[in-house]
Write a protein that binds this ligand. Structure first.
Ligand code: 5GP
Length: 191
């Protein structure tokens, strides 16, 4: 998506070899008009799917998912990062290794809000090693629901997550795919 790529080129900050900072427009300060265009693009890509729910992960996925959900007319469910042991039976859980924080945590959603008749679009801001997406996919599968696909804002295509998840048969649509990035040489996108 050219609009997002141009914005990343203009305002994205590359840190070291593999972190892209987009906190001036995507995940700290938020450009709502940009998010609205991203939501329209996911709607276009998934127009043939009867999506019943959008699933994301707190915190930075929530804003993106909410604006996308307006296009689909469905609720947003966000997986919570849990610090406490959970009462068995009430929640679906998965373990996720955090790319940015380097530690493992549990994510949970209430069983009340994810059911076998759901056709779920999973949305997140970044795709790197695929840990967050794999955890979210597991939650959907544990509920007996269907994963219609994933909508990612920025996929770092030089990291393995996207290819690994596509190989399992799950559809992944990333609006910007970074082929390479370098503090001095800038950011190169791929289709
Ligand atoms: P993964 O689970 O695919 O390894 O990483 C995706 C998660 O890590 C996303 O939910 C995102 O919050 C975070 N993340 C991964 N790479 C980056 C990055 O380059 N910049 C930022 N801001 N977050 C990232």
């Amino acid at each position: 998506m050219k609009l997002l790529e141009d914005r990343i080129r203009k305002d994205g900050i590359v840190i070291g070899a593999d972190i892209l900072k987009v906190d001036s427009f995507l995940n700290h300060q938020i450009d709502v008009e940009l998010l609205a265009e991203m939501g329209k693009e996911w709607k276009r890509l998934y127009q043939d799917e009867k999506i019943t729910k959008i699933l994301t992960i707190e915190a930075s996925g929530i804003g993106i998912a909410c604006i996308a959900a307006q296009q689909f007319g469905v609720p947003v469910l966000f997986a919570k990062k849990s610090k406490t042991k959970n009462i068995a039976g009430e929640v679906y859980t998965a373990k996720v290794m955090s790319f940015t924080h380097g530690r493992e945590y549990d994510i949970i959603v209430s069983r009340k809000f994810l059911t076998a008749d759901d056709n779920v679009l999973i949305i997140d801001d970044f795709l790197a090693n695929g840990e967050a997406l794999r955890g979210l996919i597991k939650l959907v599968q544990d509920a007996g629901a269907r994963v219609a696909g994933c909508g990612i804002a920025i996929e770092k295509a030089f990291q393995p997550g996207g290819d690994q998840i596509r190989k399992t048969g799950v559809r992944v649509e990333s609006l910007a795919r970074v082929l390479s990035m370098d503090e001095n040489e800038g950011i190169v996108f791929t289709d």
